[in-house]
Design a binder for this molecule. Structure first.
Ligand SMILES: CCCCCC/C=C\CC(=O)SCCNC(=O)CCNC(=O)[C@H](O)C(C)(C)COP(=O)(O)OP(=O)(O)OC[C@H]1O[C@@H](n2cnc3c(N)ncnc32)[C@H](O)[C@@H]1OP(=O)(O)O
Length: 325
């Protein structure tokens, strides 16, 4: 198992050096794959933190390519001993006077709606729309197995990361988007009622895997998770805070600065004691998946291949397509 993980890491790292490119920008360093931009802050030799920005338009769905690039980026950061904290956030379109970094013109058009006067209005931000439905619909069992292995890998690496992870949730965060957030040590969400977060799988006719359920239970408690999972609840910020899916809600333009200041407090704790504590809290949950990874993959591939599940996904995709006026 350990050997397999090391071999997989080597393959990912080799792919990473092919895919990635490094640039120096105003003293800060950054590297980017196509779908993940990583910027590091802090002087050389000192503790630095990294900001991982998702840029997989139009909705930052967790496609196989995105998952691969994400894991490569995270691995690079884990291997960089000067990095102690990482912030996960979206690089997608923002409103107001913030910049549009990732979008092509076509995507910008897609990410906008027209108001009654025909003017383009930007639509709410998206942290991540979750697993890519097109990876789970209309493919073959081998593809489902490959995809699920990548999903498991991402979750395990995030959940067990020795880094201090924080999410700056600057948009909608359903299902797999919520997964990204709840693997983090701390979550800060923008106070915008249009943004919701939660595990809504039951609304799609699918079921969250046991390890994601466990992660949710560990975050919000058994009773709240039981109710929210059955109902597929997507919580607006105030409710997400109340139930504990997020730790703080702040005005949208303060999400980044607030996350940086909370990160500074966490980084004041000695790494070894914080890391050992994190492992103590999380190891049993992660081990539960590690000891039955292959069975979980087979279970996913056969579940998602069922005609009834494919039909549910088809209906959901059609609903998404036709919701636009
Ligand atoms: C054993 C079984 C285990 C199951 C595993 C369970 C674990 C996790 C499950 C998941 O993560 S499933 C994905 C759940 N995600 C959602 O339900 C979100 C669906 N999307 C939305 O609600 C909205 O798109 C949005 C994120 C709120 C954004 O809304 P907006 O109006 O800005 O954009 P749209 O017009 O709806 O979408 C644009 C474009 O993107 C396509 N799309 C949206 N979400 C996904 C997705 N998750 N995967 C793939 N594609 C997605 C959408 O269909 C549109 O496509 P076009 O019509 O423009 O082609």
């Amino acid at each position: 198992m350990a050997m397999a993980l090391r071999a997989a890491s080597r393959v990912l790292l080799r792919a990473g050096s092919r895919l990635g490119r490094r640039e120096a920008v105003d003293g800060a360093r950054r590297f980017a794959n196509k779908r993940v931009l990583v910027e590091t802050e802090g002087a050389a030799g000192a503790t630095r933190i990294a900001v991982m920005k998702f840029r997989n338009p139009p909705v930052n769905s967790l496609s196989l390519d995105f998952l691969t690039e994400f894991v490569i980026s995270l691995e690079k950061l884990e291997n960089d001993k000067s990095i102690r904290g990482v912030i996960l956030t979206s690089d997608s379109l923002k409103r107001g006077n913030q910049t549009k970094v990732a979008a092509t013109e076509k995507t910008e058009e897609k990410r906008a709606t027209r108001d009654h006067g025909g003017r383009l209005q930007e639509r709410p931000g998206i942290f991540s729309a979750g697993l890519d439905l097109l990876e789970m619909y209309g493919r073959n069992p081998a593809h489902y197995a490959e995809y699920w292995k990548a999903v498991q890998e991402l979750w395990l690496r995030l959940y067990l990361s020795s880094l201090t992870l924080m999410s700056a949730i600057n948009g909608a965060s359903p299902a797999g988007g919520c997964l990204l957030a709840i693997t983090c040590d701390y979550r800060i969400m923008a106070d915008n009622p249009k943004y919701t977060i939660g595990l809504n799988e039951s609304l799609l006719g699918i079921v969250a895997p046991f390890w994601l359920k466990d992660n949710y239970v560990n975050t919000i408690g058994h009773r709240a998770a039981e109710r929210a999972l059955q109902l597929g609840t997507l919580f607006p910020p105030a409710e997400a805070l109340k139930v504990g899916v997020v730790d703080e809600v702040v005005p949208e333009d303060q999400v980044h600065s607030k996350t940086l200041s909370v990160m500074a407090k966490w980084l004041a704790i000695p790494d070894h004691s914080r890391q050992l504590t994190k492992t103590m809290m999380r190891k049993a949950t992660a081990d539960n998946l590690i000891k039955q990874r292959e069975a979980d993959i087979q279970n996913f591939a056969s579940f998602i291949s069922r005609d009834s599940i494919q039909k549910s996904l088809h209906m959901y995709l059609e609903k998404l397509k036709h919701k636009k006026g």
